[in-house]
Write a protein that binds this ligand. Structure first.
Ligand code: C2E
Ligand code: CA
Ligand code: CA
Length: 544
């Protein structure tokens, strides 16, 4: 049955599909590498997320402080537009009313152009001041005529907001920025860091409660600056205190990394154990001269004399393993490499067998030719050149054309037989009886020899019709002036029956299997010696 090319490649590849032991380390190695990378990635992601959240907290603290300032300025603006301001009891009552209505504002004072306090909503609060500030030291804001400064008081600091009201006068709100407005830390980080509100010149206004010991070398500080007021919030905490907070992504990232590492490792294992590309392997083997001709003797069934040899391709791998033709011939044919291999085998065999060919001019070397190769335009020229370069005679070369596969173009094939004959070579039709070309095709090719397929020789003794077919083929060959070779002769019984059928030549394990060139030369020497001594080896029993 025809084998599709995928199966051919698979069969071809089977020879090198064993697992390479060292590559097994790829799985644990990639697993550990992915875990290490996963760890780094998880830490980076968690740190990024933590920093982002803390930054948001610092921003919130700043927005809260800005809102308190907005709120206080609104109170001052309301006062400034409510009429003329003085230190009379009506104005003072109005000031107290505004303090009362604006919770964060602790006092409102009327000041002159030097910022000297003229009067205050609650004059008692002046007792809490530790000092007052000059106008030049006040910090401007984006809002026109509003400046901020720090009011040092006995119990801490407060924020002073000065709003010029014109006419050499101004209003100042004393705002208490409570620590509670800065208490924004998530419960897991409670007490781990401090949040500070300060003026843009660094003077602290408020800070969160509780003592926190900040390590000198590993403190994370994040700050936010207002673009409307000279205010800044900052958060400082020990990096170590972040361990364990918001680390949920760690476990899934590590699990995913481990899984990816294992999958990647197994993929690498597969890839590194894939057999090499069959065509590249074939080309490499051709370049490395790994295809060698093996030779199986053809013998005279009556005398046992060796009359020739068939070249059978063998792929000898670097490790000495011998690959049979069934594993590579079809791939070589389909990929167009068969021509190179064929000429290489023929050339090598003819060179190595030169002494044998010279000693016995009737000795024939047969070579199997793929039908596709045979009908190529350059075939006869390449054949002539190969034989000439090997210093051999074309009359000692027989081409075996298999009948198993149909010839692609019968007319072209017949024309090529004529050209090959002109060169002086012989043509044999191989595997006769099992192919599909039919007797008429055998006739039209004008070949010189019929090779009866091993199938019929195997059936001898078991199936009487095999003998009938063999006899018929012998008669047909005689009519067409062709010689007959029986292939696959394994026993003296088969040899005797073939002889009785009129077959004169045989090939098979009965005499010898395909042999390497060295073995073949030795075989020829031994059989020549036997013949000289009058023996005929195994055939002795068969010779009637
Ligand atoms: P084939 O041309 O019919 O070659 C005969 C096959 O039968 C060889 O198998 C040979 O080893 C085997 N054989 C010979 N005598 C006996 C026997 O007594 N008993 C048994 N059981 N087998 C025997 P091999 O060498 O494996 O070759 C198989 C086929 O591969 C060949 O069949 C031929 O079609 C092809 N082949 C071999 N070398 C080449 C080549 O160089 N070029 C081409 N195109 N095909 C080749
Ligand atoms: Ca053959
Ligand atoms: Ca055969």
């Amino acid at each position: 049955m025809a084998m599709h090319s995928g199966e051919k490649i698979r069969r071809f590849s089977m020879q090198s599909s064993r697992l390479k032991p060292l590559t097994l380390l790829l799985v644990p190695a990639t697993f550990l590498l992915f875990l290490a990378c996963g760890h780094q990635a998880a830490i980076a992601l968690i740190t990024f997320q933590q920093t982002k959240q803390l930054k948001e907290l610092v921003e919130i603290a700043l927005r809260r402080s800005e809102s308190a300032v907005d709120f206080s300025i609104a109170a001052l603006e309301e006062l400034a537009t409510s009429g003329s301001l003085g230190c009379d009891s009506g104005t003072l009552q109005n000031l107290r009313l505004h303090v009362y209505r604006h919770g964060v504002v602790k006092d409102i004072r009327l000041v002159d152009s030097n910022a000297t306090v003229l009067c205050s909503a609650y004059s008692e609060t002046l007792e809490f001041d530790q000092g007052w500030i000059r106008p030049a030291a006040m910090l401007p804001s984006r809002k026109p005529s509003v400046r901020l400064f720090k009011v040092e008081q006995f119990f801490g600091s407060a924020l002073g907001i000065m709003k010029e009201t014109g006419a050499e006068q101004g209003l100042v709100a004393i705002v208490s920025m409570t620590a509670s407005s800065l208490e924004l830390m998530p419960p897991e980080l409670e007490g781990a860091g401090i949040v500070t509100l300060s003026l843009s010149n660094g003077e602290p206004i408020a800070t969160t409660m509780g003592a926190v010991n900040l390590a000198d070398d590993d403190v994370l500080t994040l700050s936010a600056e207002s673009d409307r007021y000279p205010l800044r919030t900052a958060l400082s905490l020990n990096r170590a205190s972040l361990a364990g907070w918001d680390e949920e992504p760690y476990a899934p990232i590590m699990a995913l990394s481990g899984l990816l590492g294992a999958v990647f490792g197994f993929m690498m294992l597969r890839v590194s154990n894939l057999p090499p590309n069959p065509l590249q392997e074939l080309d490499r083997a051709i370049a490395a001269n790994e295809f060698r001709p093996y030779l199986q003797p053809l013998f005279d069934l009556r005398t046992g004399a060796i009359t020739g040899a068939e070249i059978l391709a063998r792929w000898i791998r670097a490790d000495g393993k011998v690959v049979p033709p069934s594993r590579f011939i079809e791939l070589a044919e389909e990929s167009g490499r068969i021509a190179t291999i064929t000429w290489h085998l023929l050339s090598q065999a003819l060179r190595e067998l030169r002494p044998v060919l010279i000693a016995d001019r009737s000795f024939k070397v047969s070579v199997n030719i793929s039908p596709r190769h045979f009908v190529m335009q350059t075939f006869s020229d390449d054949l002539g050149r190969t034989i000439a370069e090997a210093g051999a005679s074309p009359s000692q070369v027989t081409l075996e054309l298999t009948e198993r596969e149909a010839l692609p173009d019968m007319c072209r094939a017949a024309e090529m037989v004529t050209r090959v004959h002109r060169l002086g070579c012989k043509v044999a039709i191989d595997d006769v009886g099992i192919g599909h070309s039919g007797l008429s095709q055998i006739q039209s090719l004008h070949a010189d020899t019929l090779k009866i397929d091993k199938f019929f020789v195997d059936c001898i003794g078991r199936d009487p019709s095999a003998v009938v077919v063999i006899e018929m083929l012998v008669r047909l060959a005689a009519k067409m002036n062709m010689s007959v070779v029986a292939e696959g002769v394994e026993s003296d019984e088969q040899a005797a029956i073939l002889r009785s059928c009129g077959v004169t030549l045989g090939q098979g394990f009965f005499v010898a299997p395909p042999l390497s060139l060295d073995e073949f030369r030795q075989f020829i020497d031994e059989s020549a010696m036997r013949l000289a001594l009058g023996e005929s080896g195994k055939l002795k029993a068969c010779v009637a």
